[in-house]
Design a protein around this ligand. Structure first.
Ligand SMILES: Nc1ncnc2c1ncn2[C@@H]1O[C@H](COP(=O)(O)OP(=O)(O)OP(=O)(O)O)[C@@H](O)[C@H]1O
Length: 284
């Protein structure tokens, strides 16, 4: 269900659509510096996210994964550097200036961040109300119902409040809200945190399926090694205030950075490798 009707599209929106269709780099981050008082979180951070990939973002606690995501989506203003999304500069752009690009992404924040006083359907409708105030209640409800189905939630979830949902259902409701505007870019901050392994694997599978069918570019922050092995095309590693390496897991394993070796070759990393190899063998 495409929300964007032809006459609503401004010249800027058309330019962004062109970029989305043709640019190979969805997000470009160059020389970004973020600091909170004396604490420097990023310094000279560079990263490219390729169009159509799932990029996993990993790093120790506090290395600034969420701050990086917030910088890209304009919730945090870096002290220095450049960030473009589909060629549009993001730093220092006022909310309404970057509106056309903001409509093209969806965000699932850590913990889901659903509005507790709104039902699932009402939560999904929030971005539609905000960005497309002319869309009527009936169409809004239809879109919400469609997104509920799309993320694997039962139809009965629509009128429920977040407090009535399981952890996995809350994540799916958050994902449904992130997909409300048919985005091209999806930001997921630790989507499988707090889910049991079966729920986490199902969520990963849903993410992969949606990414493939909708042609999404996904920026995915995670600590979950299984997620990295099962659905990420490439992985970016944050350490020492920068992205110290980015590539496939195989490419990362060929580097000799101690954190990367410890992370992927530690006991949990080895278990995830074995599970991934078993899954690949099973598919042959
Ligand atoms: N608004 C803020 N004010 C002050 N410090 C902040 C703010 N936001 C983040 N920080 C600090 O920046 C650092 C990076 O935080 P961030 O949440 O990005 O880490 P992370 O890599 O996502 O960690 P985790 O894996 O634990 O979620 C932390 O030390 C955090 O305390």
């Amino acid at each position: 269900m495409e929300l964007m009707v032809e006459e609503q599209r401004s010249a800027e929106e058309r330019r962004i659509e062109e970029a989305i269709a043709h640019d190979d780099i969805a997000i470009s981050v160059r020389g970004v510096r973020n600091a909170f008082g004396q604490q420097v979180v990023h310094d000279g951070l560079d990263l490219d996210v390729r169009r159509g990939e799932i990029l996993g973002v990993v790093g120790g606690s506090g290395t600034g994964k969420s701050v990086l995501m917030r910088s890209i989506i304009g919730l945090q203003t870096p002290e220095a550097g450049e960030i473009t999304v589909f060629g549009e500069p993001m730093i220092g752009r006022l909310d309404d200036e970057a509106l056309a690009i903001r409509k093209r992404w969806g965000v699932l924040f850590q913990g889901g961040a659903l509005f507790s006083t709104l039902t699932v359907a009402e939560n999904i409708e929030v971005p539609i109300r905000e960005y497309y105030p002319n869309i009527g209640a009936t169409l809004r409800d239809e879109i919400a119902a469609y997104k509920i189905r799309m993320t694997g939630l039962p139809a009965e979830a629509g009128p429920k409040f977040p407090s009535e949902l399981s952890g996995g259902m809350k994540k799916r409701a958050g994902l449904a809200r992130a997909l409300a505007l048919d985005p091209d870019l999806l930001f997921l901050d630790e989507p499988t945190a707090g889910l049991d392994p079966i729920g986490a694997a199902a969520f990963d599978e849903q993410t992969r399926k949606l990414q493939q069918t909708l042609g999404l570019t996904v920026f995915l922050i995670t600590h979950d090694l299984d997620t990295l092995y099962s659905i990420c095309d490439r992985v970016a590693v944050l350490a020492d205030r920068k992205v110290i390496a980015v590539g496939t897991i195989e490419e990362l394993l060929a580097t000799d950075h101690p954190w990367i070796q410890e992370y992927f070759n530690g006991p949990r990393g080895r278990a995830a490798t074995a599970a991934a190899n078993k899954a690949t063998d099973g598919r042959r």
